[in-house]
Design a protein around this ligand. Structure first.
Ligand SMILES: C[S@@+](CC[C@H](N)C(=O)[O-])C[C@H]1O[C@@H](n2cnc3c(N)ncnc32)[C@H](O)[C@@H]1O
Length: 257
């Protein structure tokens, strides 16, 4: 299994950092997943293509939202009242664009820090005439803390978050108890959190951490069947052909009272 997992990791190198040494980090206080200095990402100097740059220039003003440390007026920025789904780390936006089209009745607020990815999703928005996505090019943890009030989200998508497979980098993983508690607080009662990963040790961590969050309940005995809206992306198809695994987890915030 170990060798298989090793290849699994290689299969996602496009959106993963090739960096082997990271900036020096202060130790995290106990129980704090993402203190200011420890990020779940490292900004890479990826190349933004001409098409992505054009999309950033032409479509950015309509679909990009500035990070502001104040509550977001979702109805105003989407131009309508609709269920609000947050996506954290959309990479190149392949799944994001697909889901926005198969769920036209929902509004998708999508966070990514990587410029070529933001350009790539804007390009898809333009080519596929998608209007129910808005993008914040900023750390999603700060967006959650400062722009999204408690009980404001109907769903959260976190697909293939960086596995940070070296033990000394595990503190950068997104799915840790404090972030999950923050996510649960931002979900409305009945809202869902959907995570997916192709890295089994991270899947096991996700299952443990999500199961331990008192506000959340698993919708499945452990891992969930892939919900129909989440497409099999190019990477995933290739991984599956090679015999690699993918694990989906879908939890819900308990209904009030
Ligand atoms: C491994 S990639 C997966 C991308 C995509 N979801 C997919 O399935 O291909 C993880 C992405 O999450 C982004 N990311 C990590 N931490 C983030 C954060 N705190 N806020 C916004 N984006 C983040 C990274 O820049 C990276 O593009």
């Amino acid at each position: 299994m170990g060798a298989r997992l090793g290849r699994n990791l290689q299969s996602r190198t496009v959106t993963e950092s090739p960096i082997t040494t990271l900036p020096s980090e202060p130790a995290a206080p106990e129980g704090v997943a993402h203190p200011k200095a420890i990020k779940s990402y490292v900004l890479r100097a990826g190349r933004t293509t001409a098409g992505q740059s054009r999309a950033l220039q032409e479509l950015g003003p309509r679909y990009l939202l500035d990070f502001r440390p104040q509550p977001l007026d979702a109805a105003a920025v989407f131009g309508r009242q609709a269920p609000l789904i947050l996506e954290i780390g959309f990479g190149m936006g392949e799944a994001t664009a697909h889901i926005a089209q198969v769920r036209p009745g929902d509004n998708f607020l999508c966070c990514e820090v990587h410029e070529p990815g933001v350009g790539a999703l804007l390009k898809r928005i333009g080519e596929q005439h998608i209007d129910n996505i808005r993008i914040v090019r900023h750390d999603a943890v700060q967006v959650l803390e400062q722009m999204l009030p408690p009980a404001s989200l109907d769903g959260v998508h976190i697909f293939f978050p960086d596995p940070w497979h070296k033990t000394r980098h595990h503190k950068r993983r997104l799915i840790q108890p404090p972030l999950v508690a923050l996510l649960a607080s931002r979900l409305k009662p009945g809202g869902y959190l959907h995570c997916a990963t192709d890295w089994q040790p991270y899947a096991e961590q996700m299952l443990q951490v999500l199961s331990a969050e008192p506000l959340l309940a698993n919708t499945a005995p452990d891992y969930a069947p892939r919900p129909g809206y989440r497409p099999l992306t190019k990477f995933e198809n290739r991984g599956l052909r090679l015999g690699h695994g993918v694990w989906d987890l879908v939890f819900r915030r308990a209904e009030a009272g």
